[in-house]
Write a protein that binds this ligand. Structure first.
Ligand SMILES: [Ca+2]
Length: 262
């Protein structure tokens, strides 16, 4: 009787199974896709991105380089609407009517900027770091990030209404950064992680995550960027239901279709 050699057969079977798994992972379609590309001002250390009435309103950071930029998709800004004194490091922003509310990073000071005149006035103070901002769909509330795993909900005067802890099962997500609020979903970039989270605005549960490292790789091939030039701008376009997305000092602004968040 001829003995069947099982060992090579098992190795082949395991190798085949592993191969199948690898193939299965590689062919999983991404839950996002690029549908358009526009220029983005590469001098902009993006900290806040808003899309209002067909225009992008962007706030930038760094001491002495913190600016408000206003431009249509496909164009580049010709100048700044407003700037901050160099002791302030600009962060996220929201547009309410013709006023922009703008956070500073570590100085606990929020500002109102008149988008027509560029005039700046103090809004209110807060006792934590300021990172991202987004306006609720009914414009009555503002969500604020401070780099932790919690989001604060403010009224227009910066008074705390409630706090949301962001969780995915038993895991918490820290370094929540630039924000956008659409329906009952709050989108949040994660600092230096290249993840975009879709968070239930009531429970704080992460309902979907988007791995945009591929987008960063494409951008990295086009220009010299480091890990600090992280993804950090998201703005919803209600006309087509898609999202403008960019990163700090990126030369490209992308329009993304995001799947599975509604
Ligand atoms: Ca935003």
């Amino acid at each position: 009787m001829k003995r069947v050699k099982l060992a090579p057969l098992m190795i082949a079977l395991v190798a085949f199974t592993h191969y199948q798994l690898v193939i299965a992972q590689d062919t999983t379609p991404p839950n996002w896709q690029v549908i358009a590309e526009y220029p983005h001002p590469s001098h902009a250390f993006t900290q806040g991105l808003n899309y209002v009435n067909g225009e992008l309103v962007e706030t930038t950071g760094k001491h002495g380089l913190s600016r408000v930029l206003r431009y249509a998709p496909g164009e580049l800004p010709s100048g700044s609407v407003a700037t901050l004194p160099k002791q302030y490091f600009g962060e996220g922003s929201v547009v309410i009517g013709d006023q922009l509310l703008w956070l500073s990073w570590q100085r606990g000071q929020a500002f109102w900027i008149d988008l027509n005149t560029g005039n700046r006035r103090n809004a209110f103070r807060y006792d934590h770091e300021g990172w991202g901002l987004a306006l609720s769909p009914d414009q009555s509330e503002i969500v604020v990030s401070d780099g932790s795993d919690s989001l604060r909900i403010w009224n227009h005067q910066g008074e705390l209404q409630r706090t949301i802890s962001v969780r995915q099962g038993v895991y918490s997500w820290h370094y929540l950064n630039e924000l956008e609020w659409v329906g009952n979903t709050i989108f949040a970039f994660v600092w230096m992680n290249e993840k975009l989270l879709a968070i239930n605005a009531n429970s704080g549960e992460v309902m979907q995550s988007y791995d945009l490292a591929g987008l960063r790789d494409i951008q990295g091939e086009q220009q010299r960027i480091t890990r600090h030039h992280t993804l950090n701008g998201i703005a919803f376009d209600p006309e087509d239901g898609h999202f403008f997305v960019t990163g700090k000092n990126w030369s490209t602004l992308y329009k993304l279709k995001l799947e599975g968040w509604e």
